[in-house]
Design a protein around this ligand. Sequence first.
Ligand SMILES: [Zn+2]
Length: 445
Amino acid sequence: MDLYDEEQLTRDYFDFLRFRSISADPEYGGEMRACADWVAKYLEESGLQVEQWETPGYPVVAGKWMGAEGKPTLLLYGHYDVQPVDPLDEWESDPFEPTVRGRDVFARGAQDNKGQILYAMAAIRALMKRDGKLPINVKVCIEGEEESKSVGFSKVLEERKEQLQADYLVAPDFDIPAADRPSIVLGLRGLVALTVDLRGSKHDLHSGMAGGIVYNPNHALVEMLAALRNEEGQVVVPGFYDDVEMLSDEERDLLTLDLGDEQLYREEFEAEANGGEADLPPGESARARPTLEINGISGGYSGPGFKTVIPAQAQAKISCRLVPHQDHAKIRDAIVKFLEERCPKGMEMTVTDHGGAGAMRASVKGPLVDALAKAYEEVFGKECVRTLSGGSVPITQQLARVAGAEAVFMGTGLMSDAIHAPNEHFNLDRQRLGFQVFARFLELL
Ligand SMILES: [Zn+2]
């Protein structure tokens, strides 16, 4: 019996896509809950035990099937909420009425994440239907606020710790570099995000009167920020690299970190790939090393014309991407101390911590990664690339920690699927590939 039933999957897919499950807009609260009920029912009918966990926000749909005694437990994570649809007039069809053009399905959530999580759910359902059981134990956790910083889910994680315990975690929410180039993501970087405010006087001052008397906060700020990095692109904050481990030889062998960044950035963004550490290739700088970036600077007058002013205050937004073993609080404190030591006398500095997460990295070889890579290779007939992402998805990083699980990210999305943008779409053939990879992965694991 063929496991894959496109007609059935497409019917379910379209039902799922029709819910206006926009977590950011309270107007859609009813649709959010109806969508959670739909997911719960789908999992229940597949033979899983299902609960909905209330949170301060929207419910988390949690399902499990624990009938494979002595076998490992896989936790599947996804989300049923979607991004808002504006600008609506740029959509060629109704974002909540799935429309097929060629083999592409256009709708909000078509790929992120309904299209991807559904192929994994459908694979579980198909295996249960065929065999009456699954090859391993499976827990499913589908939340409703991933697009709104997981505000509800992150609050109930700790109290659900027991129920979340798993050996492995997989989140089908990622892209592959090309439709015929399978890849899996073994790691994410952590994040520190800070706002630094400097205040030098009660209000803005006249630069003719006060220039030469008071220390200009804009000058102080750029001097402090400039001191953070040297000309080699390294962060000079004491202790910043203390806990960083260089890639092992095995990791260097098995990971593909050069994803054609130099060419991509030149062609797509007209940008030169020279922002990393001087002695490292950009792919390694961006995926396996920590960074510090100034994301925004403001202070004084920048409107039309000119205003001779010494501003009362200046502000910068700074973020760091972290690699495994670097601690969020330790790095934050080191940066704050470094800046404080350079803050001119009499000037007041305040720092706001916007939260963040530690980095996460799966072993480059082992049951989890090997099973997933083999599943991709069998289904695609191509070698599967093992890589790291430079980005951060704080909720999965917290979830993996609480669940005690080794985590990887998979997917069959493409950058061109226009997620978060008008005319988001997903391809039915890539949905089938995702289904086949996930089903085979369960068998191999
Ligand atoms: Zn998204």
